[in-house]
Design a protein around this ligand. Structure first.
Ligand code: ADP
Ligand code: MG
Length: 585
């Protein structure tokens, strides 16, 4: 007697449910996706008991006639694709025809639906996969699906559910994803009788983010100018530099509206923020990629989260470029001149940065000037002048208010009060200067009058030996002798006056602490470490002239708002924020 038999439908659905319906949040996700596929303009979600008591999704989409409503409950019944070929170009969220029967097989399930052409709607009730009632029902156009007692008949799955708080958090996330994926769809969310969200339909993603996360969080994000290239369109919002988070909970990637995990997208993001992130910090991002669906394989994962791109590296580069240019733009915005009346006032009273010996004006202009207009400024040796890049207009103005303790400078900017961290500013200035030198293949080096010869601890010596090439590109001339001796004949000029032994030891120690730099980014990594270490304790004259020079040089940097480790250099307190704190608005 044969032992192989075809599984009864209900059992097959329960098995499939294991893949599709992992937890209450997956039910919400599948139901909302169906609503979106049905062209809903408004979706209402109600959840009780972290989804185990009740999950209800109501939409105003196309609805189903009686026949379709019953078909929808059959496995592999879908209105979305008919042939295998169509799978490649699928534009809907669903296409497997598995969600409804799966959900219905592990819950007390009710579906109410009506199409526009019919006066009467249909109600179908399913319990643990068995159809128990079909009747006519009066209801609005669209569909309501109600799921009660999820997993009541699969105790094993029920046991695997996490705490209500965790399951709720997953549900919240599923809602956030739809909210951010489809700003044009109104969305309301009721949790245990309390309204969590009521989001109006909006044609602006930025507005939707404001509605969803609040205005405060919204202003931390920059809107990217949409970028279109090679049939790839990238748009969305990203963190302002410095406004990062300790986790990735605010990273949302969408491909044609579908929330996805994908390495190309994550890499594009990470590369755009290089040198702007402290370790352990993550930018927020809501990123939309539009691309021909035939270029995306979304059939990789049952819940369709993971996708593959046919042209992964092009997608990555487009994402990188879109984000990087938003960050560059933000920089320009940040540095736009203070209000014109102040600027006018400034130029009338104080034509340029203050000259030595004269009374120091309280209102002074800080303008990155051409090198010749700034002869031999009294800048700390550790903070060399950064020549403005070609083509940059020196229109960037801040009013220097003055020092705040030894550590900070206070500035008035166009948009509010700015606090500047002097040590961090020095690090940034040095870093860019050196980086520029490195990338141009030459850092200005200074020959020592007397070569320095010294012994290093064996491990440090080894690291110097391993990174000799990188050190040379950075402006060092070093020879290694037998034993653990090192001879330094030249150092990058920004380090002039520093003790060679100490500098080299610091390099090596930094490498040891942070893991020896490897690969393409090695030179940059060495430089960054060295600069961070050296600039931290650099002595700096504290006269007003030096303060001006510091601000000027910082503003000429590419990324003036964070140091090479991503810590902020400048913090801005907007007028709005100040007004609000003082209760004026
Ligand atoms: P899939 O979404 O993969 O097609 P589902 O099991 O999720 O499979 O849904 C089966 C079918 O039921 C869908 O193809 C669709 O025709 C119909 N359907 C499901 N939900 C809705 C809804 N909210 N409004 C209209 N039709 C729906
Ligand atoms: Mg579906």
């Amino acid at each position: 007697m044969g032992k192989i038999r075809v599984l009864p439908e209900v059992v097959a659905s329960q098995v499939a449910a294991g893949e599709v319906v992992e937890r209450p949040a997956s039910v919400i996700k599948e139901l909302m996706e169906n609503s979106l596929d049905a062209g809903a303009t408004s979706i209402e979600v109600e959840v009780r008991g972290a989804g185990t008591a009740l999950l209800r999704v109501t939409d105003d989409g196309s609805g189903m006639d009686r026949e379709d409503a019953l078909m929808a409950l059959e496995r592999h019944a879908t209105s979305k694709i008919a042939t295998a070929a169509e799978l490649a170009s699928v534009r809907t969220m669903g296409f497997r025809g598995e969600a409804l029967p799966s959900i219905a097989s592990v819950s007390e399930f009710a579906l109410r639906t009506r199409v526009a052409e019919s006066d009467a709607g249909t109600e179908a009730v399913v319990r643990g996969g068995k159809l128990v009632a079909v009747r006519e029902a009066g209801c609005a156009r669209g569909t309501t699906i109600e799921v009660k007692s999820l997993f009541f008949n699969v105790p094993a799955r029920r046991k695997f559910l996490r705490s209500p708080a965790t399951e709720s958090a997953h549900i919240d996330r599923a809602l956030e994803i739809v909210a951010l994926g489809f700003p044009g769809v109104a969305l309301s969310y009721l949790r245990d009788g309390r309204e969590v969200h009521r989001l109006p339909a909006s044609n602006s993603l930025a507005a939707r983010i404001g509605d969803l996360f609040g205005a405060e969080d919204r202003v931390q994000l920059l809107e990217m100018a949409p970028l279109e290239r090679d049939g790839i369109r990238v748009s969305g919002l990203v963190s302002r530099p410095g406004a990062t988070r300790a986790d990735r909970s605010r990273q949302f990637f969408f491909v044609n509206g579908r929330a996805v995990d994908n390495a190309s997208l994550a890499t594009g993001l990470r590369e755009a923020y290089r040198q702007m992130l402290e370790p352990g910090r993550h930018p927020s991002v809501v990123l939309h990629v539009e691309i021909d669906p035939r270029e995306v394989d979304c059939n990789v994962h049952p819940a369709k989260r993971e996708v593959r791109f046919r042209r992964g590296s092009q997608v990555r580069d487009a994402v990188h470029e879109a984000i990087a240019s938003a960050l560059r733009e933000a920089r320009a915005e940040w540095l736009r001149p203070v209000q014109t009346h102040i600027a006018a006032n400034v130029s009338r009273t104080f034509p340029v940065a203050p000259a030595a010996g004269r009374h120091q004006p309280e209102l002074a202009r800080v303008v990155p000037s051409a090198p010749e207009a700034r002869p031999a400024e009294a800048v700390a040796p550790s903070a060399p002048a950064t020549a403005p890049r070609e083509g940059r207009q020196p229109a960037e103005e801040f009013r220097l208010i003055g020092p705040l303790s030894e550590r900070y400078l206070l500035l008035e900017g166009r948009e509010g009060l700015v606090l500047l961290d002097r040590a961090a500013a020095r690090q940034r200035i040095l870093f860019e200067r050196l980086q520029r030198g490195v990338s141009a293949g030459a850092v200005a080096a200074q020959r020592l009058l007397m070569p320095a010869v010294f012994e290093l601890a064996p491990r440090l010596h080894e690291i110097v030996a391993e990174n000799l090439g990188t050190l040379e590109t950075s402006g060092f001339a070093i020879d290694l002798f037998g034993g653990h001796s090192v001879k330094v004949e030249a150092m990058p000029d920004f380090l002039s006056g520093r003790e060679p032994r100490r500098v080299i030891e610091d390099f090596a120690q930094e490498c040891l602490d942070g893991g020896a730099p490897k690969g393409r980014a090695a030179a940059e990594e060495i430089v960054r470490r060295a600069v961070a270490r050296l600039a931290r304790d650099a002595a700096e004259p504290s006269d007003q002239r030096a303060q001006h020079a510091l601000v000027t040089q910082l503003l000429a940097c590419d990324l003036p708002y964070c140091d090479p480790d991503g810590k902020p250099v400048m913090l801005q307190f907007s007028w709005r924020e100040l007004d609000r704190k003082f209760g004026r608005i």
